[in-house]
Design a protein around this ligand. Structure first.
Ligand code: C2O
Ligand code: CU
Ligand code: CU
Length: 483
C-alpha cells in the first residue's frame, strides 16, 4: 500500500502529464454544471443472468433503437441492447459456457465485441463478425477467467465510434467462487453498482451530435455532457454504508480524473481484468477510454458524497465537474471489512518470454492521398492484412511506444496483461492489476507482459488498437492471429 504522502508525490510526478491532458480536455467544452441540483434518478441497467441449464447459460440480445429522455424536454434517438439506450448488464460465472444470440434490429450492420474476454477469435465480435441489418449472430464461449468487470460494445469496421456513441455499449460482469468468499459488496443495485461514464454532445433538437469538426476527428469525439449509465448528473440513493462502484470509462475519447468532492479516500480493489492482489487506498483515479476500476467507498458519514471529474491546467486545478451524487443520508453502518489481501495473481517467469514485439503509435502526415493519419508501426488498419502471428499459450513482451503528441489508451483483445513498467512514472493503483488497456502518454514507452490463451485460429484475427474510438476507426489498429 502507498502512503498518502506517496500519493501526493506521485500526483506531482504526473503533473506535467496532467497539464498536457488539460490541453486535450479544454474546460469550455464541458457543461459547467456545478450549481445545478442533482435530481435525475440513477439508472440501474437491468441485470441479465440468462437462462441457465447447468453450466450453459443462454442470452438473447437485441440491438435496438428507441427514444430516450436525456436532456430536459427533449427526446434523443438512441441505440441500446435490450433497452433503448446502452446495454443491459450481463453476468456469468467462471466455468460457464455462455451462448449468446444477438439480433440486430437496426437498418445497418453492427457487431458486439466482448471487451476483456479471453475467447476464441471467431467469438470475439470484432469487425470480422458483422451482423447484417435485421440479421442474427449466435456465438458461444467458455468463461475461463476470474471475476471481473468487463464490457461489450459495437466494433464495426470504421463505425465503432458512431455506433458506441449512439449507445451500443454495456457491462459484462464475471464472478467466481473466490471473489464471492471475500465478503465484498456484491449485491447488484444494492451495494454494488455499475457506473458507465460517457460524454455526449447534442444538437438543438436533442439528437446526438457526432463528429462535426476536424478537431473531433483528431482528438476524438468529446461532448459537454457527462452521463452516468446514460443519465446526466444522477443521484444514487444508497442504504448500505459500504458500496462498490464499478467504474467504466465508456467514452469515445474523454479521460476522467475521478475523485470525491470532499477528497475522501476510497479503496481500489479491481482493474480491467479483475481483483487486485490487495486494495489500494487513494483519493483519485485516472481512467482513459475503456479502462475500468472497481472501488469501494465508505459512505457511513450520512453525507452526500459527490463524484467529480477534476480538470487540471498548468496552474493546478482548473475546474471540478460534478458527475454523480450519492445520497447516503439513510444508511445503516456496515460491519463489513475490506480484506487486506484479495487474490493472488499468477507470477509469470520472464525467462519464459519467447517473443518481444514493438508497437509504435503514430499520428503522421499521410504519405499519399487517401492515406490515414493514424497508424501503428507505419501501417493503418487493413482488414485483409494480418500484422502479427502469436503462438498459443505463449508469454510475450510488447513494448508500446507512443510517438505522437497525444495520449493513447492501447487495448489488446483476448488477453489480460501486466504492465511491467512505464518510462515516465511508477505504476500505481489499478495499473498494478491485470489490464487489457493501458494509457500511454505522449512520447512514453510502456512494457507489457502478456500470456496468450490457448485458443488457436489461423484465419480469424483479434485486434489491438487505440481505444479512442475515432483513432481506431481511422486506422490506429492492427490484427493478430494466434496459432
Ligand atoms: Cu473495446 Cu477492440 O475493443
Ligand atoms: Cu476489446
Ligand atoms: Cu489514440
Amino acid at each position: 500500500m502507498i502512503s498518502r504522502r506517496g500519493f501526493f508525490k506521485k500526483t506531482f510526478q504526473h503533473f506535467s502529464q496532467i497539464a498536457l491532458l488539460s490541453i486535450v480536455l479544454p474546460k469550455n467544452l464541458l457543461q459547467a454544471s456545478t450549481k445545478k441540483k442533482f435530481k435525475n434518478p440513477f439508472h440501474l441497467p437491468p441485470l441479465f443472468l440468462g437462462t441457465r441449464k447447468g453450466k450453459n447459460v443462454y442470452f438473447d440480445l437485441n440491438i435496438q433503437s428507441g427514444l430516450s429522455s436525456i436532456l430536459p424536454n427533449k427526446k434523443t434517438k438512441t441505440w441500446g441492447i435490450n433497452q433503448n439506450f446502452l446495454g443491459v448488464t450481463l453476468k456469468a460465472q467462471k466455468g460457464d459456457t455462455v451462448h449468446i444470440k444477438v439480433k440486430n434490429q437496426l437498418s445497418q450492420t453492427a457487431t458486439l465485441h466482448w471487451h476483456g474476454m479471453k475467447l476464441p477469435a471467431s467469438a470475439d465480435g470484432g469487425p470480422h463478425q458483422p451482423i447484417k441489418a435485421l440479421g442474427t449472430w449466435s456465438t458461444q464461449f467458455k468463461i475461463i477467467q476470474p471475476a471481473a468487470t468487463l464490457w461489450y460494445h459495437s466494433h464495426t469496421a470504421h463505425q465503432t465510434g458512431r455506433q458506441v456513441y449512439n449507445g451500443l455499449a454495456g457491462m459484462f460482469l464475471l464472478e467466481d467462487k473466490k471473489s464471492k468468499k471475500l465478503n465484498l459488496p456484491s449485491e447488484y443495485g444494492v451495494d454494488d453498482f455499475p457506473v458507465m461514464i460517457l460524454d455526449r454532445a447534442f444538437k438543438p433538437d436533442g439528437s446526438f451530435e457526432y463528429i462535426k469538426t476536424m478537431h473531433d476527428r483528431m482528438r476524438g469525439k468529446m461532448g459537454p455532457y457527462i452521463l452516468i449509465n446514460g443519465v446526466h448528473k444522477p443521484i444514487l440513493n444508497v442504504k448500505k454504508s459500504l458500496i462498490r462502484l464499478r467504474l467504466l470509462n465508456a467514452s469515445n475519447a474523454r479521460f476522467y480524473r475521478l475523485q470525491f468532492k470532499d477528497s475522501r479516500m476510497f479503496n481500489i480493489i479491481g482493474s480491467d481484468g479483475g481483483l487486485l492482489e490487495e486494495p489500494v487506498l487513494t483519493n483519485s483515479i485516472l481512467l482513459s477510454p475503456s479502462e475500468r476500476a472497481e472501488i469501494v467507498v465508505d459512505v457511513s458519514s450520512g453525507s452526500i458524497p459527490t463524484l467529480i471529474h477534476r480538470v487540471y491546467n498548468r496552474e493546478g486545478i482548473n475546474h471540478d465537474y460534478d458527475i454523480l451524487q450519492i445520497n447516503a443520508q439513510n444508511t445503516t453502518k456496515s460491519k463489513r471489512q475490506i480484506p487486506k489481501t484479495l487474490v493472488v495473481h499468477k507470477k509469470e517467469n520472464t525467462e519464459d518470454v519467447t517473443k518481444e514485439r514493438l508497437m509504435q503509435l503514430q499520428m503522421k502526415r499521410p504519405a499519399f492521398r487517401g492515406d490515414s493519419i493514424f497508424k501503428i508501426n507505419n501501417k493503418a488498419m487493413d482488414m485483409k492484412r494480418i500484422d502479427e502471428v502469436v503462438k498459443a499459450n505463449s508469454l510475450e513482451v510488447w513494448t508500446v511506444q507512443n510517438q505522437s503528441g497525444m495520449p493513447h489508451p492501447f487495448h489488446i483483445h483476448n488477453v489480460q496483461f501486466k504492465i511491467i513498467n512505464r518510462s515516465t512514472s511508477e505504476l500505481y493503483g489499478h495499473e498494478l492489476g491485470f489490464k487489457d488497456t493501458v494509457l500511454v502518454w505522449p512520447n512514453e514507452t510502456v512494457k507489457l507482459l502478456i500470456r496468450f490463451p490457448k485458443y488457436k485460429d489461423a484465419k480469424n484475427p483479434y485486434m489491438y488498437h487505440c481505444h479512442i474510438l475515432e483513432h481506431e476507426d481511422q486506422g490506429m489498429m492492427g490484427q493478430f492471429t494466434v496459432v
